[in-house]
Design a binder for this molecule. Structure first.
Ligand SMILES: [Fe+2]
Ligand SMILES: [Fe+2]
Length: 167
C-alpha cells in the first residue's frame, strides 16, 4: 500500500476505535442521566464507528489467520506488561497522578492474564487444536479477567462477584 494512504488509514483506525469507545461511555452517562434517546443514539453511532474501525483494519490487512492474530495479540500485551504500563505507572506515581496510576495498574493486572491465556491459545492453535478454556469472567468495573469461578470480590478493585460478566 502507498505509504501516505497506509498512514492515513492507520490514523483513521485509531480515531474510529477511540470514537467507538467514547460513544459507549457517553451512552452509559446519558442513560444515568435518564436521557434514553441520547443514550440510544450514542450506542448506534458507537456501533457504526466500530464498523468503520473494523473495515479500516481489514483494508490494512490487519486481520490474519488466528495463529497470526494470537501472535499479534500476545505481542501487544507483552509490550504493555513489560514496558508501557510499568513505565507509565511509575511516572504517574512520581507525579502524584493517583487516578491515572490506579487505572493503569488495574489494566496491567488484567493484561498479565490476557497474555497467559493468549500464550496457551497460541500453542494450542499451532498444534492444530482449539485451546482448553474454562469459564472466563471479566470484572465490569476494572476489567480484571479470570478463568474458572469468580472469587467473592474482584482481587484488583474489590467489586462484588455479581458484577463479573461471564464469557
Ligand atoms: Fe489485554
Ligand atoms: Fe475489578
Amino acid at each position: 500500500m502507498e505509504e501516505m494512504t497506509e498512514k492515513n488509514l492507520k490514523d483513521a483506525f485509531a480515531g474510529e476505535s477511540q470514537a467507538h469507545m467514547k460513544y459507549m461511555s457517553f451512552a452509559d452517562q446519558a442513560a444515568r442521566e435518564k436521557l434514553a434517546n441520547v443514550a440510544r443514539f450514542f450506542r448506534a453511532a458507537s456501533y457504526s464507528e466500530q464498523m468503520h474501525a473494523t473495515n479500516h483494519l481489514r483494508a490494512l490487512s490487519g486481520v490474519g489467520k488466528t495463529g497470526q492474530n494470537l501472535e499479534a495479540a500476545l505481542g501487544g500485551e507483552t509490550f504493555e506488561i513489560t514496558t508501557m504500563y510499568p513505565e507509565y505507572v511509575a511516572l504517574a506515581g512520581q507525579q502524584g497522578e493517583k487516578k491515572a496510576q490506579d487505572s493503569m495498574e488495574d489494566a496491567l493486572a488484567a493484561e498479565k492474564v490476557h497474555a497467559a491465556i493468549y500464550t496457551r491459545a497460541k500453542e494450542a492453535v499451532a498444534g492444530g487444536k482449539d485451546v482448553e478454556l474454562g469459564k472466563v469472567w471479566v470484572c465490569e468495573h476494572c476489567g480484571y479477567t479470570m478463568e474458572g469461578e469468580p472469587p467473592d470480590r474482584c482481587p484488583v478493585c474489590n467489586t462484588p462477584k455479581n458484577r463479573f460478566r461471564e464469557f
